[in-house]
Design a protein. Structure first.
Lengths: 349, 259
């Protein structure tokens, strides 16, 4: 493969290492082992948090497909999670469908709704698109809340417990883990083929993408739809997990939470999405620990402080990461592990 | 009138205007199969506009563009790659966040078939398709354009001249019948220019590609071209063999500089 003729330009460049994600593989194996053995030694609380992290990771990976890879800013992600949750919940109540089928129902329902709300992305970009996705957020929330005969309105849906493999919480945890693993692998695979490349091409230069034969309309809608489908799966799992679906689980704040997870974890990175989701899910828990450890002054209400603090910290994290580490936790990890400072320039685009 | 049986691309009285400005005014010429046709003219003469019309970014107000005997106008921009038309850009339009190989692979997008599920499951067909493509690019393009040393490097940060060559590689990945090159040697050093001219020549010889070229470098244009079209203010002012156009009085005045 090496060339014989002398090249006037190429020799000046030190041959950069291949972008084979050694680090990503190591991380996947280590995290996988921890995840698999967790029920053996972890408390119920830890298992609960781990399930939540896995569920949130799925939604974060989905949002990252839309926002990070395809460059379509969306702040209506939680509404798609809601579509998945309601679809799965209703199917469970009325048809008695099992978890694995509900997950597919939730994903497909959210995919279709995502396609519809992805239409504005064909005409507008950036902040304007973000505002258009607010329409998804608010109109879907309105439907969840007002279509009482179907959604149960503000009270929402109460669901029967799920018992997977006859193992209770542990079974559910493994079920979530299995689904998450399948989806993470699928998302990674996507970026080894033409479809994933076309998302990135559309993000970086849509006119050049067209010349290369990429149907930009199709690519954008698909990026929206797939992102929403992941959200839908996550929503279906949330429904099973909490055994409750109500509108307040799918507010704008939740969409911002996932956007923060994408930014904090690292845009256009699957591993980054998982890190970001874990970080954002565990942060409030950490915060509560810190607050409760602080000496109480008079009648300071710790619980009352937590909620506003949370929102402030989400905002600060997004701004801070965008300013100081646009590649997120993934970027920090890459630097620690001494991997090539790749894509540093590409962020300048 | 210029449309002979061998014309792969036929531009017939094409006009384009933006508001009141006529960017192209009844432009007609033909690009013969397997030949190099060059468009010259001062900045703002409408050369890139012509490329953008052929690419489907702009629609012609009147006139017809035919590729291999069928009308191109009206087909969406992304349909052209599959028909066999590829192009490079005046300002490099590579994808900085991807590697050189990934950029080149994107050039073959329209030739690939893998859909959503095959891609996500990474089953036989999708995997096979990627491997075959990588192999083909290695065989046909990487060696040919001497990109072996940077094959897996990130595009961002690579030298300008090299990025121009990667753009050519990406265009060739589609195995185009017609290749539009928009100022392929602009901003290059003389040795780089010579090398690029050599690659273009070899592309025509090796793959039989029809080339439509825009450039300001007269040495390269005159050396490479079989047919030269000179434009000014959106109009064709002369066309013919390079030496004929070079000595045309109007061309000399408009562009080459009357000394």
């Amino acid at each position: 493969m090496t060339q014989s003729t002398v090249d006037p330009i190429a020799p000046q460049i030190a041959s950069q290492p291949r972008r084979t994600p050694y680090f990503e593989w190591t991380a996947v194996v280590v995290l996988g082992l921890i995840a698999l053995t967790l029920p053996a030694y972890a408390s119920v609380y830890v298992l609960y948090m781990a399930s939540l992290v896995a569920i949130n990771s799925i939604a974060t990976v989905g949002l990252n497909l839309t926002v990070g890879y395809a460059g379509l800013l969306s702040i209506g992600h939680s509404a798609f999670i809601g579509v998945g949750a309601y679809a799965a919940g209703l199917s469970m109540i009325h048809l008695g469908t099992p978890l694995f089928l509900n997950v597919i129902i939730g994903g497909v329902a959210a995919f279709l709704v995502g396609l519809v709300f992805g239409i504005p992305s064909l005409r507008i970009k950036g902040v304007y698109l973000a505002i258009a996705t607010l329409a998804a957020q608010y109109s879907l929330y309105f439907i969840f809340q007002q279509w009482t005969s179907v959604t149960g309105g503000d009270r929402g849906l109460s669901l029967p417990p799920t018992d997977l493999f006859g193992m209770g919480d542990t079974g559910f945890y493994y079920g979530v883990l299995l689904i998450a693993a399948i989806l993470f692998v699928a998302a990674s695979n996507l970026f080894r083929t033409r479809l994933g490349r076309s998302f990135i091409a559309v993000r970086e230069r849509d006119y050049a993408a067209q010349v290369l034969g990429i149907n930009v309309v199709r690519a954008k809608l698909l990026a929206f739809g797939i992102g929403a489908a992941f959200a839908g799966v996550s929503g279906a799992l949330t429904a099973h997990f909490l055994r409750l679906v109500n509108p307040d689980q799918f507010t704008l704040l939740v969409s911002v939470f996932f956007l923060a997870a994408v930014v904090v974890g690292g845009r256009a990175s699957i591993v980054g999405s998982i890190l970001g989701a874990a970080f954002m899910t565990l942060l409030p828990e950490l915060l509560r620990e810190i607050l409760s450890a602080m000496p109480t002054q008079g009648q300071t209400n710790v619980a009352g402080l937590l909620s506003p603090l949370r929102e402030i910290i989400f905002g600060l994290l997004i701004i801070g990461f965008l300013m100081f580490e646009p590649r997120g936790l993934k970027g920090i990890l890459d630097r620690i592990t001494g991997r090539q400072d790749r894509a540093a320039e590409s962020e300048a685009d | 009138m210029t449309a002979a049986m061998t014309a792969l691309l036929d531009i017939d009285r094409v006009s384009v205007s933006f508001g009141g400005v006529k960017a192209m005014d009844e432009v007609s010429f033909a690009a013969e199969e397997g030949k190099v046709t060059s468009i010259i003219g001062p900045n703002g003469a409408g050369k890139t506009t012509l490329f953008n019309v052929i690419s489907g970014f702009y629609t012609a107000k009147s006139g017809a563009i035919s590729f291999d005997g069928t009308r191109l106008d009206g087909a969406p921009a992304h349909a052209r790659s599959e028909l066999g038309i590829a192009r490079t850009f005046q300002n490099i339009a590579l994808f900085a966040g991807l590697t050189v190989l990934e950029n080149i692979k994107l050039g073959a997008h329209a030739q690939l078939k893998s859909g959503l599920f095959r891609s996500a499951l990474w089953l036989g067909p999708a995997r096979h398709e990627e491997r075959t493509l990588t192999q083909r690019i290695d065989d046909e393009i990487i060696d040919f354009l001497e990109l072996g040393a940077v094959r897996d490097a990130q595009v961002a940060g690579l030298p300008y001249g090299l990025q121009k060559r990667i753009e050519l590689a990406r265009a060739l990945a589609a195995r185009p019948r017609l290749l539009l090159l928009d100022e392929p040697v602009a901003g290059m050093t003389p040795p780089e220019k010579e090398k690029m001219a050599d690659y273009v020549r070899k592309t025509v010889d090796r793959f039989g590609t029809t080339v439509l070229l825009i450039d300001h470098d007269m040495g390269m244009v005159m050396g490479l071209s079989d047919h030269v079209v000179a434009v000014n203010f959106g109009k064709v002012i002369a066309q013919g063999r390079p030496e004929t156009v070079r000595n045309d009085r109007e061309v000399v005045e408009a562009y080459l500089g009357a000394a």
